[in-house]
Design a protein around this ligand. Structure first.
Ligand code: R2B
Ligand code: URA
Length: 310
């Protein structure tokens, strides 16, 4: 059924549940998901998470708490009386996690190492909880390349800071390279739900993922800068010619690790500025907050439709 193969085994079991590409895990008597403050010995993960369908991730704890309340309203989920939404991972003091029915809303922090650690543990969580065919979506922020602030971007491809479409990580002293693949159909399905009446654009394009916010994204306003404004603009125009429409800091790891695990995923970000016009984030706090709801609204629409039709 078009399933990825590794060794001789599909990445998912025939019922759609996540199979780990690591023979060690099932041999351990418990698995401690340290950065989530959860464990297969200490928690009944099937009972707690077995009904998950969507895993939504974004940078900050507050944004993902807001998303949890928002998706609760959108899908009409009611908490058991007398209970409130709790941060399941609060005692990790690293990431925040909220569960709203079939939706998990988790903060991933900034950058590839942070999202990478989280993905290892969330993918294992899906395995321990025997979750079937989960869909992972990053709802984030980014810089636009020729797009004004407040534009929603659905990533169709993720490339690294050298414009290569893979995630590279040194393992045992050797560079391991994994393709940063996103689900094309999911991109189309999400895009089809953008509202032509919205007072902002929703576009599909290539996303560049960097290891740094300042020099790594060609900014002139870091603590260091050893190039000129002309160099910067030449570079951004080169990016634009190669199809890059936005720049952020997690896409290649997010795309590559979900793909490697056989999990469908998408990345939907809002631009906080147009990098062709500047480097500093000048929009007022209220405006930035309103913009950050835009990817959430689109993703909530996708989740709501999905849950209604399945
Ligand atoms: C977007 O915003 C953050 C940097 O400000 C980073 O996590 C990203 O990808
Ligand atoms: N996040 C980034 O990584 N870059 C920007 O310019 C804005 C948000």
């Amino acid at each position: 059924s078009g399933q990825e193969k590794f060794d001789d085994n599909p990445v998912r079991y025939s019922d759609g549940s996540v199979r780990l590409r690591n023979p060690n895990i099932e041999l351990m008597d418990q698995d401690i998901l340290y950065h989530l403050a959860l464990g297969s010995g200490s928690h009944d993960l099937v009972e707690m998470f077995g009904d998950i369908k969507f895993v939504c991730m974004g940078g900050t704890p507050k944004r993902m708490e807001n998303f949890a309340y928002f998706i609760m309203k959108e899908i009409g989920h009611k908490l058991p009386t007398g209970t409130t939404l709790m941060d399941i991972s609060q005692y990790s003091y690293r990431y925040s996690m909220y569960k709203v029915g079939p939706v998990l809303s988790i903060s991933h922090g900034m950058g590839i190492p942070s999202v990478g650690i989280l993905l290892h543990e969330v993918i294992k969580l899906m395995y321990h909880a025997r979750v079937k065919d989960p869909i992972f979506i990053r709802v984030g922020t980014c810089g636009g390349v020729g797009l004004e602030g407040g534009t929603v971007v659905i990533s169709e491809e993720a490339v690294d800071g050298m414009l290569k479409p893979y995630f590279e990580v040194p393992v045992l002293g050797k560079m391991v390279r994994r393709p940063a693949k996103l689900d094309k159909q999911l991109v189309r399905e999400i895009n089809a739900l953008s509202n032509p009446d919205d007072p902002y654009d929703t576009v599909i394009g290539k996303t560049m993922c960097t290891h740094d916010f300042y020099e790594g994204q060609g900014r002139l306003d870091g603590a260091f800068c050893e190039y000129t404004e002309v160099d910067k603009m030449d570079y951004l125009h080169k990016l634009q010619k190669s199809g890059v429409v936005n720049i952020e800091m997690e896409a290649v790891a997010f795309a590559a690790l979900t793909h490697h695990a056989g999990i469908k995923s998408a990345i939907v970000c809002v631009t906080l500025l147009d990098r062709l016009k500047g480097d500093q984030l000048m929009a007022p706090k209220e405006v930035l907050e309103e913009w950050q709801k835009r990817p959430q609204m689109l993703v909530a629409r996708y989740i709501t439709r999905y849950l209604q039709t399945k």
